[in-house]
Design a binder for this molecule. Structure first.
Ligand SMILES: [Cu+2]
Length: 145
């Protein structure tokens, strides 16, 4: 009696165990795959953010080029009270910065290839506005002073 029950319970356990073991394994490998993909993506697309100071001012507008290395320049300095137009032009498809986000301004604009997109930054007060690509990388800034 006891051995039979034991075998029966054991068989039942064996039937159930693979299911119990498979789900966490799947979750684990899914998480691993996601982390690996994210790491690969950030390594290939976002790790090379270049540092740069200064701004090319044309007609009072500041130009930012979006390349495979991210935004260039990564830091713009505006004088308080000046026209706060920032013109973004994406020149490469090899970038994840297909949109630009200004979190403090609640601005999110897509950046079509080779099409200038103007974003207005308020310049009444001295402050810093950060901007990033759509995934929050390529951290860059506009400094009003
Ligand atoms: Cu990105």
């Amino acid at each position: 009696m006891t051995p039979f029950v034991g075998v029966s319970v054991g068989a039942h356990d064996n039937a159930e165990r693979p299911i119990g073991g498979t789900v966490p394994d799947m979750i684990r490998s899914t998480i691993f795959a996601f982390v690996a993909a994210a790491a690969a993506l950030s390594a290939s697309a976002c790790s090379k953010a270049s540092q740069g100071e200064g701004a090319a001012a044309t007609d009072g507008a500041h130009a930012v080029t979006v390349t495979d290395k991210g935004f260039s320049p990564t830091s713009l300095t505006l004088q308080r009270g000046e026209k706060g137009d920032i013109v973004f032009t994406r020149t490469s498809d090899e970038t994840c910065a297909t949109e630009v986000i200004f979190p403090e301004l609640n601005v999110k604009e897509s950046l079509p290839l080779k099409k200038p997109v103007t974003i207005k930054v308020p310049t009444e007060n001295s402050r810093t506005f950060s901007f990033t690509c759509g995934m929050g990388m390529y951290k860059s800034q506009v400094v009003v002073r």
